[in-house]
Design a protein around this ligand. Structure first.
Ligand code: PEP
Length: 271
């Protein structure tokens, strides 16, 4: 009997083994397009945006769609997205389970509001709140333990890139996450977001993004998680999304500004 597409079957006498073609495996990673509203929104504006997303989601049924909103609006997401194909999540999570941590929100609280996802280590949290890569990995581990899918964000500054240190910086950010092991790595999502492309209107070229995604994929692969989804983030718009999604190691996008307009977000997903 022939092997399924993407697999080559070998019979060496003692052993039967199957080689899996990685380029074909990439087709099995479902595209994920996730909005990061950051600190934007109001009950009224969100309602219109969410209604637009729900109404348009059927035209991108082949894509996983998700929205990460400020904590106070998670109940609204639960009410308006519940029963739809769009999932939702928080933009950060405490590394602690509960206790005297004023202002913090736990993974269990996110679960209470139906969250599936949580961003960990967005560059704005690393830069403005001093989050270390160890803390980010600990947050990801805590989220996984409660059944949330962490989206671990990594990315270099312009100075890192200009001095040829991009891979070194991203490698350092990834190391404590890689140490979580194959099972955890297979359940999480990584988002590559070059800091110089976030909210600047300046996107990495598809080749620049692909090069870093391939670097991240290789690192994940060495830890047995080569099929983990890797999103690109940084000024993704409908006009540049198709070229980015055409790259073999780009599995979707984390979208900031353009996620605040339903049509833009859906057109990115459909690109
Ligand atoms: C982000 O906030 O993660 C992001 C990528 O923002 P933007 O799309 O606005 O650059």
């Amino acid at each position: 009997m022939g092997a399924p597409a993407g697999q080559t079957r070998y019979n060496s006498g003692l052993l039967n083994f199957i080689l899996v073609d990685d380029s074909l495996m990439s087709q099995s990673r479902k595209r994920l397009v996730m909005g990061n509203w950051k600190m934007h929104g109001s009950l009224q504006a969100n309602a219109a945006l969410l209604q637009g997303l729900v109404a348009g989601a059927t035209r991108v049924a082949a894509v996983d769609l998700a929205v990460c909103a400020p904590f106070p609006y998670l109940a609204q997401l639960q009410a308006l997205l519940g029963g739809s194909t769009i999932s939702w999540g928080g933009q950060d999570v405490s590394v602690h389970g509960q206790g005297a941590y004023t202002g913090e929100v736990s993974a269990a609280m996110l679960k209470d509001f139906g969250c599936s996802w949580v961003l960990c280590g967005h560059s704005e949290r690393r830069a403005m709140h001093g989050e270390s890569s160890d803390l980010v990995a600990a947050k990801a581990a805590g989220a996984l333990a409660l059944g949330l899918t962490p989206v671990v964000c990594v990315g270099e500054t312009l100075e890192d890139r200009d001095t040829g240190n991009a891979e070194c910086v991203i490698g350092d950010q990834l190391d404590p996450v890689l140490a979580l092991g194959t099972e955890s790595l297979s359940k999480l999502v990584v988002a590559y977001e070059p800091v110089w492309a976030i909210g600047t209107g300046r996107t990495a070229t598809p080749d620049q993004a692909q090069a870093v995604h391939a670097f991240i994929r290789a690192a994940l692969g060495r830890h047995g998680a080569g099929q983990t989804r890797i999103l690109y983030g940084g000024s993704v718009k409908p006009a540049n999304a198709a070229a980015l999604f055409g790259q073999p190691d780009i599995d979707g996008a984390l979208v900031g500004g353009a996620s605040l307009v339903a049509d833009e977000f859906l057109n990115i997903a459909a690109a």
